[in-house]
Design a protein around this ligand. Sequence first.
Ligand SMILES: *[C@@H]1O[C@H](CO)[C@@H](O)[C@H](O)[C@H]1NC(C)=O
Ligand SMILES: *[C@@H]1O[C@H](CO)[C@@H](O)[C@H](O)[C@H]1NC(C)=O
Ligand SMILES: *[C@@H]1O[C@H](CO)[C@@H](O)[C@H](O)[C@H]1NC(C)=O
Ligand SMILES: *[C@@H]1O[C@H](CO)[C@@H](O)[C@H](O)[C@H]1NC(C)=O
Ligand SMILES: *[C@@H]1O[C@H](CO)[C@@H](O)[C@H](O)[C@H]1NC(C)=O
Length: 466
Amino acid sequence: MHWRGLTSAVLILLFIVQSSGDPVVDNDHGRHATRPISEEDLDRMLETTTGSRQKRAPEARALTPSIVRTIYNIPGGDTAGSGQTVAIVVAFGASSAEADLEVYSTRFGLPSCTTANGCFKKVDQNGGNNIPRDDPTTPISSSWLGETNLDIQWVHATAPGANITLVCANSSSSSDLYPAVMTAASLADIVSLSWGGAESLQSNFERFLANASARGVSIFAATGDSGGPATYPATSPSVIAVGGTTTLTESDGIFSSESGWSGSSGGCSNFYTASEAQQASGSGTDPCGTRRAVPDISFNGDPTSGVPVYVDGSYVQFGGTSLATPIAAGRAAAVKAFTSDIRVIDSFYIYNNITLRDITSGSNQNYSAGGGFDLVTGRGVWTGDLDINTPNADENMKITHLMISETMQTKLPMSMVLNVVESTQETLSATTQTRATTSATATSMSSSALSLPAITFFSFSLFLLL
Ligand SMILES: *[C@@H]1O[C@H](CO)[C@@H](O)[C@H](O)[C@H]1NC(C)=O
Ligand SMILES: *[C@@H]1O[C@H](CO)[C@@H](O)[C@H](O)[C@H]1NC(C)=O
Ligand SMILES: *[C@@H]1O[C@H](CO)[C@@H](O)[C@H](O)[C@H]1NC(C)=O
Ligand SMILES: *[C@@H]1O[C@H](CO)[C@@H](O)[C@H](O)[C@H]1NC(C)=O
Ligand SMILES: *[C@@H]1O[C@H](CO)[C@@H](O)[C@H](O)[C@H]1NC(C)=O
């Protein structure tokens, strides 16, 4: 596999630094040139998900919404998530996002989700109507609009019945994104964050996240696509950190196997301790001790086993922990919608109340996936909930069930007490965070002398080699 995008990534970074003067940048290590998906390929993908079981050509194997709902055993079928709202936090406006979602919904047979029907809402970082300008980055599929469309379309694909609130931060600075997270957590009880930056001590934001979690808000955050150390806020003990897998299906769309994705960032936090639930479960204590160990869970993230996203007038195959995270948020919405219980999906829930497909192969730069918790995929892939007897939606799912051995973990007492490690060190070297843009990011951060981390988003689109 040959990755491209180094030059454009650096240029994008420099452009943003120069244009805004903002020390905190979208450093774009995860973005690459795009693999277009033709309308014919889409037709073939859809044929296999409407029961005809035709063999899919390799170029038509991107995972469709119904395949993803099936292989992750998401309850609720076509109305999964109904009555729930998922808030998605992104940088910049996204003027075409709603229209693009409508094109996507029509193409994949998903319900319409628009402002007009009350399903879709877009607000600024304060919850108002002052929507910021679009990200000027080109190509558009590599801009925050690409990220935004990936997030929106894949929350809708996994939880078609859920409402979506898009919270648009003024910029990719954490000084805008963190307030946007606070707004999101006041508007919805499920929040999806497909971005992050180098770890640093964020005491105020940590207090906010701990409070939001204690109030029952589920915040899902991507660990990053570098395959190296995980980014913040995924390393916060008050969020659910989502890593990536490579998810393989047979040519007819039936699940075949899943392994840890090499780009799935993970490891031990240098700033934060594990939630009490994580500590009590023993997950990550080897080698992290009481330090926060991430990810917690994983979903498909490898761009080679990626998904179609409609952006800038055509379909592009996307992956990254930016894909895994909205799938996690969508699954959470589906679970909450499926039972009449009032339930909180938090670190305790993830360590006590779910069933998993343990991922035992694959590795990132520093760690290998293995039985039980690991620093590539966390506990594994969230495929069930201990108290929910998810009805099999279709034949694919039965086959999937036969192939999956689910792991049950010991039940432990609940506590949301968090221990935040105080540290004088303000930022980690950005060089541990990035590939393509390492030097530019590090320069930017050291010249800024601020403690705000560089923010990266984690969509990953694939370039088709001819
Ligand atoms: C959710 O969306 C539906 C339309 O799909 C709308 O009728 C409803 O008012 C929305 N609920 C909330 C809480 O926004
Ligand atoms: C966002 O940017 C606009 C235009 O630059 C500005 O008017 C507005 O005050 C900013 N909002 C926040 C919350 O910073
Ligand atoms: C969260 O913060 C609010 C406002 O400061 C406070 O009223 C509330 O009790 C806090 N909730 C929890 C669960 O800590
Ligand atoms: C989650 O697990 C705890 C500990 O076993 C249990 O008390 C609680 O009822 C479970 N919650 C759900 C929603 O199943
Ligand atoms: C993980 O790998 C990266 C890149 O190879 C390296 O810079 C970093 O120090 C490693 N971290 C640990 C904890 O081994």
